[in-house]
Design a protein around this ligand. Structure first.
Ligand code: DAH
Length: 344
């Protein structure tokens, strides 16, 4: 064989050896572009060299086939990979970073409070779902028994996209969805019991106690024979557990289109919120509540003659403000690190 033929074969052979490990099937060797090149070269060779070149190429092919074959048992020994898993199950799980060791970052004070609140309601038997941050006129108003053009709509002045979608002004927008989502509980003799935390938006004049973006927690409970006594019992149980002391509570009449009757619910100021100020003896109005209006149940295809329920909704910031003596609600959404670091 001439040096040319020999060198060409050696060069191709070396390149093939480098890529051979990626081949699963020995039939793939002939399809390999480099190997095709080996055969394509034959026609350019002097006649006397063709034979030997062909033999060498064949020997190389056998050698490579053997290599591919020899690597098969090793491949067979590996467990098949479950392609539906998010990672190969045979890969050792990397050690998790120990977030407790990390000294940067902390849970936002509002989220920490929300976790505590949801924990108490979950122990009272309530499921929780999250509200949405963009909604529509039906969920914001119609499903909640606000007739078109009703002046009560003005109390919920909020932001709208040019397409007419709404930044929800309260978490009550989720009532219709939650009622529908859990309506099948009723046929099984189980109640609908859901709390819904979420971010809400209002077109407010901003000051130390008013923010355009804040958090609310909504609650709904539906079953047979539900009355105002059940509403007060649940809220009272929550307040006692959450503040860790037995508290006096009171309701006073109010108006919401989606409840009938409607109330404001107030508690005596818990020790945790007493900062020796003059208002220590005043009632704290914490939320709005009432018996769910039959029209709201009907909008969710629930038989309002058979089932009744109660609902409530209130803000989260106020509690955290009072608990921590924070002077301005706008700190929460400001992203100021020197504010947030105080809650580590
Ligand atoms: N959505 C009302 C608000 O933001 C609060 C509220 C009142 C919620 C009564 C309720 C309710 O579920 O029953 O002003």
């Amino acid at each position: 064989m001439s040096d040319y033929t020999n060198n060409t074969l050696i060069a191709i052979r070396n390149e093939l050896f480098e890529t051979i490990e990626h081949l699963d099937n020995k039939g793939d060797i002939l399809k390999h572009p480099k190997f095709k090149q080996i055969y394509a070269n034959i026609k350019d060779l002097p006649a006397d060299e063709r034979k030997i070149y062909g033999q060498e190429a064949n020997a190389l092919k056998l050698e490579l086939e053997k290599l591919v074959e020899d690597s098969q048992p090793l491949k067979d020994k590996l467990e098949p990979i479950d392609v539906t898993a998010p990672f190969a199950p045979n890969t050792p799980v990397p050690e998790r970073p120990n977030i407790l060791r990390a000294n940067q970052g902390s849970i936002h004070p509002l989220m920490r409070e929300l976790d505590k609140i949801i924990d108490v309601y979950s122990r009272l038997g309530f499921t929780s779902i999250e509200s949405r941050e963009i909604d529509d006129d039906y969920h914001m108003f119609t499903s909640l028994n606000f007739p078109t053009g009703h002046p009560a709509r003005d109390d919920y002045d909020t932001f709208m996209t040019t397409e007419g979608l709404i930044a929800p002004a309260h978490t009550s927008t989720m009532q219709n969805r939650a009622l529908k989502m859990f309506r099948s509980n009723l046929a099984k003799g189980e109640p609908i019991a859901v709390v819904i935390p979420g971010r809400v938006f209002r077109n407010e004049d901003l000051d130390a106690t008013h923010e355009h973006t804040f958090y609310q927690l909504e609650g709904i409970f539906v079953a047979e024979n539900i009355n105002v006594g059940n509403l007060i019992a649940v809220l009272q149980a929550f307040m006692n557990e959450y503040f860790g002391q037995v508290l006096k509570t009171k309701i006073q009449p109010f108006y919401f289109p989606f409840t009938e009757p409607s109330f404001e619910f107030a508690i005596e100021r818990p020790d945790a919120l007493k900062k020796g100020r003059a208002e220590a003896d005043q009632w704290l109005e914490l939320l709005g509540c009432g018996l769910i209006h039959p029209e709201v149940l009907r909008q969710a295809d629930i038989d309002s003659n058979k089932y009744t329920g109660f609902a409530w909704g209130g803000g989260i910031e106020r509690l955290v403000l009072m608990k921590n003596n924070i002077e301005d609600i706008r700190h929460f959404e400001s992203g100021k690190l020197d504010f947030l670091r105080q809650f580590k």
